[in-house]
Every structure is written in C-alpha cells, then in structure tokens.
Design a protein around this ligand. Sequence first.
Ligand SMILES: [Zn+2]
Length: 167
Amino acid sequence: MAVLPLTMMSESVLHQKAKRVRRIDDSIQKLIDDMIDTMQDIGGAAGLAAPQVGVPLQVIVVETPDDELAVIINPEIVKSAGEDEVGEGCLSLPGYKGKLKRSEKVTVKGRDRHGKEIRIKAEGLLAQTLQHEVDHVNGIVFLDRMESMDDLREVGDEDEDEVEHEE
Ligand SMILES: [Zn+2]
C-alpha cells in the first residue's frame, strides 16, 4: 500500500480515454489499495480516478454519504436525470473551482473489486462526484464541461470549506 503522487491538469494521462480493465488481478487490487491510501492521505477527497495517479485504467473510488468508499471498475453512466448548476474542483487542479452543469441523478454500472456487477443510484453530491470520476476515465476534466473559463475562480487557503469536496 502506498500513497501515490497526483497527476496535474497539464498531464496527458488526464486527457485520454483510459483502458477498460479486462482482468481484476493482483496489480489491480494493489492499484485500488493505493488509490484508497492516496484518498485517505489527502483527506476530504470525495473521489479519485486512476488517471489521477497516472494509471490509464478505468478504476474509480468514491466516498459514499455514509463515509464508506465504493470502488467501481469500468464505470459507466447508464441513466441520468435532471440538471444542476454546481461548483466543482479537482484534485488535479488545486486551488480552483469552476461552475458547470451536472445531472441531478445518475445510475452508474460497473464491477466491484471482486468482479461482481454493481449499480449505484445516486443524487446530489455523490451523483456529481460519480460524473466527475467517470469523466476522468473518459479523458474529460471539469474544465472541458465549463461554458466559460470566466467561471473559474481561485479559492484561497482561507476558504477551506470551499475546497472540501475536491475530486
Ligand atoms: Zn478531478
């Protein structure tokens, strides 16, 4: 288990579609453990996608409302409804927050770390986090979804609670 360095916004791994996981072997289990360690080390992170630790594979980890961590391999949004304008930041672009539109509710399908098919229905912050992380494995970052870069603003250290939900 290890805390991995985060990739930053300018790195190409964040802008290319990650590969689907074909076999959930030991290297995938290690990646998942390391991603969980990395998230816990950051503290206050709502989610993390493998490309954010430099690994171009479709693996995400999200924090659920009951403070549990859900691992989703090959995640896909299979249903979405509603629309919300949200404020959003990214661990790969520390200190900034943008305004963009996200679906209010989503259903995400994938596999857990044991290979079992799972479906997560979510709304609110979890729905937002899931869309953010599924975007990451598709090479999309939140900046790509913003209508205007004028809506990107710097959040200072004094705004600690504003950056609480970085993904
Ligand atoms: Zn992100």
